[in-house]
Design a protein around this ligand. Structure first.
Ligand SMILES: [Zn+2]
Length: 284
């Protein structure tokens, strides 16, 4: 009786981020096949992402736009999930869900798949958690160059949303934006990305260390242009978590070898649980 009473007063444990579930979300995305911007496959992917986010109880909106690319005008769409808080401030976890267009079959399990799979599992594992900050989960379209990477042929979605959020005053409320990319690699070595905000990198490093994950972080120092850069340009404290050593000599990156068998649930779990801890630490 007494025991039962005690148990009834224990707070409900928040759902832990599951690496296995993140892997399953990623598999569901990969099942749509190659998912370049402006294709029927990415439209199906968008519907799936929206459906999952709504099922997990998040407010969902989209940021649709036409992008001028070397392949002509393409329709693109960022998907934005929001969990409102009361602090008046906001934090965002972001990642891209498009895959690069190639003449060969490219399903982008890690590059485009893992980032979106991780965000979906965050939406599930955080659904019953409350934060004082608004928490945004943003799925970017058009991260990949349609042809070759240049300032105008890359980061279509993040450049569009950074402009839009600046105009709406949201960048002023945003205390941190953390982007993830290629974090499913079973041999997880996240770089110390040099454009990223130094104080935010410190928060992430400390959160990872507190969970015993230090060995997976700061493997090398490397500047990488990714979806965090347009927000850095707006003065938003931003960071990028990316593993840029995918396979022997990076041989699986942007090749048909970027498939599900290269990923591991443990890697998703390292990044997902670190981010959950960072969200807690950033809350006022
Ligand atoms: Zn890529």
């Amino acid at each position: 009786m007494r025991l039962l009473l005690l148990f009834s007063f224990l707070p409900l444990a928040a759902a832990d981020f599951s690496g296995q579930k993140a892997l399953e979300y990623t598999q569901a995305l990969v099942n749509f096949g190659p998912r370049p911007s402006g294709t029927p496959a990415i439209v199906k992917t968008q519907a799936y992402i929206v459906e999952q986010l709504k099922a997990n109880g998040w407010q969902v909106s989209d940021d649709a736009f036409s992008a001028k690319t070397p392949a002509g005008t393409l329709q693109m769409k960022n998907i934005i999930a929001r969990k409102p808080g009361l602090s008046g401030r906001a934090v965002a976890i972001t990642g891209h869900y498009d895959t690069k267009r190639f003449p060969f079959p490219f399903v982008g399990a890690n590059d485009g798949g893992s980032s979106a799979g991780l965000l979906l599992e965050l939406s599930r594992s955080l659904k019953d958690r409350s934060f004082k900050n608004d928490v945004y989960l943003v799925f970017f379209d058009g991260e990949e160059a349609v042809k070759d990477w240049t300032v105008t042929d890359s980061l279509y979605g993040s450049r569009h949303l950074a402009d839009k959020w600046q105009a709406a005053g949201i960048t002023d409320r945003l205390t941190a934006l953390i982007n993830v990319d290629m974090i499913g690699d079973r041999d997880l070595k996240i770089v110390n990305e040099l454009y990223s905000s130094e104080p935010l990198r410190r928060v992430i490093t400390q959160a990872a260390a507190s969970l015993g994950y230090a060995r997976h972080f700061n493997a090398s120092d490397l500047p990488i242009e990714d979806d965090h850069v347009p927000f850095l340009r707006k003065g938003v404290r931003s960071a990028d978590l990316i593993d840029f050593e995918y396979g022997p000599n990076h041989a699986w990156w942007h090749t048909p070898q970027d498939t599900m068998d290269k990923l591991s649930p443990a890697s998703f779990e390292v990044v997902g649980r670190t981010l959950a801890e960072v969200l807690k630490r950033l809350d006022p």
